[in-house]
Design a protein around this ligand. Structure first.
Ligand SMILES: Cc1cc2nc3c(=O)[nH]c(=O)nc-3n(C[C@H](O)[C@H](O)[C@H](O)COP(=O)(O)OP(=O)(O)OC[C@H]3O[C@@H](n4cnc5c(N)ncnc54)[C@H](O)[C@@H]3O)c2cc1C
Ligand code: FES
Length: 273
């Protein structure tokens, strides 16, 4: 079993309301992280596994001899509120990189990214990796948020994607309504055989996307955000039902077999959302 390691806070700032970007100094092996993988984070000297919180890796980069990892997160409860008060030089314990990341879209012409809120984090990492390794495909991003004030991660996607389309629930920016509705209008632009779709966001959003795509053979992977306690497959707290899972009669652990799954393999109607 991998041990938790210490990571020093290099910087932290609020990007948009209640959303924070924390930069951690991490060991060099984090450079092997794949888009869609995550880390478990807990306060230093905390030995209680149930007080760890999972976060997608937003980015990993090197500067000189140092390696840095970024996490983009929204304050929703006690753990994230505590993290938001960390300052440069504070130390956290982290475990990772964990889980199965996205399959890189090696042969396709269009890469479509659909994000709900802070679900942009793993998709942004994927977009960065695609920009570096797969320069022939066009990248299109659909981003949804509650309101313009809560729209997070747009600057980075603007710099990478050829098109960024926005929706907000309150209509304060872009399309007024769910991001899946915005994507649904354009869906026919993406041919099944030369497009790859990737999505991350709240489960109801992923369920709507599943409804939209269920009769199409287009490749679509989603990253699920189940609640997690251990992050390493031991507690079974993150189990979801899949249609095609061959372990445990269709029950799979999001932290171990996921968090990335083929959208058609997830049983959205029964367990998720
Ligand atoms: C693989 C993975 C990657 C994630 N990546 C990110 C990320 O990059 N950025 C980010 O902001 N968040 C991410 N999350 C969600 C994040 O882990 C939770 O927001 C965090 O654990 C909440 O901790 P808390 O102590 O602040 O909230 P708590 O006090 O534990 O809960 C506060 C409220 O948030 C709800 N909640 C807590 N966890 C989740 C969850 N996983 N899904 C839905 N609702 C939840 C609770 O039901 C409750 O209503 C990810 C989750 C997973 C599983
Ligand atoms: S969080 Fe413990 S098994 Fe997945």
């Amino acid at each position: 079993m991998k041990p938790y390691i210490s990571a020093t806070v290099f910087s932290q700032r609020e990007t948009v309301r209640e959303h924070f970007l924390i930069v951690l100094k991490v060991p060099a092996f984090f450079r092997e992280s794949l888009p869609g993988q995550f880390v478990m984070v807990r306060m230093k000297n905390c030995s209680h596994p149930f007080l760890s919180r999972p976060f997608s890796i937003y980015s990993v980069y090197s500067h000189g001899k140092n390696t840095f990892m970024e996490i983009l997160y929204k304050v929703v409860g006690k753990g994230t509120e505590t993290f938001s008060r960390l300052r440069k030089g504070d130390v956290l314990n982290i475990l990772g990189p964990l889980g199965k990341g996205f399959d890189l879209p090696l042969e396709c012409n269009k890469i479509v990214l659909i994000a709900g809120g802070v679900g942009i984090a793993p998709l942004s990492f994927l977009a960065e990796r695609c920009e570096k390794d797969i320069n022939s495909a066009e990248m299109i991003c659909y981003m949804g948020a509650g309101s313009l004030e809560a729209l997070v991660g747009m600057d980075r996607m603007d710099g990478i994607c050829s098109v960024v389309k926005i929706s907000t629930d309150d209509g304060s920016w872009g399309h007024s309504g769910p991001v899946t509705e915005l994507f649904g209008r354009d869906m026919e632009l993406y041919a099944d055989n030369d497009s790859r779709i990737y999505s991350c966001g709240p489960n109801p959003m992923l369920r709507s996307l599943h409804e939209l795509l269920k009769d199409r053979p287009v490749a679509c992977q989603v990253s699920l955000e189940e609640r997690m306690a251990c992050g390493i497959g031991a507690c079974l707290g993150c189990v979801v039902k899949t249609k095609s899972g061959d372990e445990g009669g269709g029950l799979v652990r999001v932290c171990k077999e996921g968090p990335v799954f083929d959208i058609n393999s997830v049983e959205f109607s029964e367990h998720n959302g």
